[in-house]
Design a protein around this ligand. Structure first.
Ligand SMILES: *Cc1c(COP(=O)(O)O)cnc(C)c1O
Length: 450
């Protein structure tokens, strides 16, 4: 009863205020808005309607706020000053995008003039880098894992260690993704210790039903203390296909593409398993993301035995998971940089990860001197995206008083910074030096409010 009465009062109040304020026509608001914004007409109409519906006055000012929000919702480039190199919310690794309108030989064999495979360009490049027989690309690593398990073990059992049943963020759990293949996942061992005998016992108990062994790299956490896990080389000895989900996708633990290794601190890489090493240890296939440590576009890569890759390519899911032209072009470019060993200077992720602290300091000092306020501080950057958990990269930032993160996020090129202990911190390790002048001018514009 009470709720009903209140509802009636609300409706009356609403109709009275509408009668009083004579809301202007949507058309009139849109005409005014179009002088301030180049947003498409239907979007301006939507902004005008929202402003009127909000009941807030003056309605035109409110409509401008809506236009600002509509602009902010559009996908755009941002400056990442968080110090998290692979920030999942900011699209992980920064990559160049192709915007040319053009046809490509995506599925066309220029030699024979006949239909070709979409994976033809990538497979030999990736195979050369990780020592595999073949390779295939899908939209992301979750898709790569789903496809590999589907191709090898649908309707049969797959063994996975209890200590490797991980959740990767956003509420997604690897075992749940893998079981969408139709395979039955059997956990073996315990949370902290899984031994080779646990796998062997489970294989015997399942009486021929186990089709594959899945080993998942627990990317985003570390278990310490009384622990043990089983090496890929031991698992491979069990005689079943072994799928190794590496996650972050370091191609090779020896980082042969970093020719001037001695100058960079790579201790954060310690413990990240390499695709080449997992395959050499006997994995049938490895799966990993393209936009984590590889530093390329969002995609999932599967590399390994010719036979298993062919099964993946033939699987109906391949059609649902296949990547588009722009992803393949960008991935191809990334892999070519590894092969020509220009990773350090041409793949932005590696450029940022290996940038010497002295250079970051110089940039920070120059910005703060020109600004005339703020301070240069030592910071700790992290890799992010579940890679190298618990490790830091020494870094340098600019600290300015107060929480200015909201103001920095506004405008055509938002700067994403963090607020720490009442100050705004901009970490320069994740900011391209090309963006320093913009950073300086945006920070300079803040000073008026100090
Ligand atoms: C990140 C990660 C995934 C998911 O990869 P996406 O490319 O984000 O789909 C799967 N497994 C592991 C171990 C990971 O670290």
């Amino acid at each position: 009863m009470l709720a009903g009465n209140e509802g009636r009062v609300d409706r009356m109040a609403h109709s009275e205020s509408q009668a009083e304020s004579h809301p202007p026509s949507i058309d009139a608001i849109v005409r005014l808005l179009s002088a301030h914004s180049d947003l498409a007409h239907p979007l301006l109409v939507d902004c005008a309607r929202r402003a009127v519906a909000s009941g807030l006055q003056p309605v035109f000012d409110q409509a401008l706020v809506e236009v600002g929000r509509a602009h902010q919702r559009l996908l755009r480039g941002v400056i990442n000053a968080t110090g998290v190199l692979l920030h999942t919310n900011l699209g992980r690794a920064p990559v160049d995008t192709h915007s040319d309108a053009m046809y490509t030989n995506l599925e066309f064999d220029l030699d024979t003039g006949e239909r070709g495979s979409r994976h033809r360009s990538i497979a030999p490049l990736l195979s050369a880098l990780v020592g595999s027989e073949s390779a295939v690309v899908v939209n992301n690593n979750a898709g790569a894992l789903l496809l590999a398990v589907s191709a090898l073990a649908a309707d049969r059992s797959v063994l996975v260690s209890r200590g490797e049943c991980v959740e990767i963020g956003g509420g997604f759990r690897i075992p749940e993704v893998a079981s969408l293949s139709g395979a039955r996942l059997i956990d073996v061992g315990t949370t902290n210790r899984t031994r080779l005998e646990d796998y062997a016992t489970a294989i015997t108990a399942a009486a021929g039903d186990v089709a594959a062994i899945l080993k998942i790299h627990p990317s985003n956490f570390r278990i310490e203390g009384f622990t043990s896990s089983t090496a890929v080389s031991e698992l491979a000895g069990l005689g079943l296909p072994t799928i190794v989900d590496l996650g972050s996708g370091l191609l090779d633990e020896t980082t042969p593409w970093l020719t001037d290794r001695h100058t960079a601190d790579l201790s954060w890489l310690h413990g990240e398993p390499g695709a080449r090493q997992a395959l050499a240890a006997g994995a049938s296939v490895v799966t990993f993301s393209g936009d984590k440590l590889l530093g390329g576009p969002q995609c999932g890569l599967i590399a390994g035995s010719r036979e298993v890759i062919a099964q993946c390519e033939r699987h109906p899911l391949m059609r649902a998971l296949r990547p588009g032209r722009d992803v393949l072009l960008s991935l191809q470019e990334t892999l070519l940089k590894y092969l020509s060993r220009t990773v350090r200077t041409e793949i932005p992720f590696w450029e940022m990860a290996t940038a010497p602290v002295s250079g970051l300091s110089r940039r920070a000092v120059e910005i703060v001197e020109r600004l005339g306020f703020g301070a240069v501080i030592e910071t700790a950057a992290v890799i992010g995206a579940g890679s190298s958990p618990g490790t830091h990269l020494r870094s340098v930032g600019i600290s300015i008083p107060g929480d200015r993160t909201g103001e920095l996020r506004s405008g055509v090129k938002p700067i994403i910074a963090r607020c720490s202990e009442g100050a705004t911190v901009l970490d320069l390790r994740t900011v391209s030096p090309k963006d320093d002048p913009f950073l300086l001018s945006k920070l300079g514009a803040l000073s008026a409010f100090q």
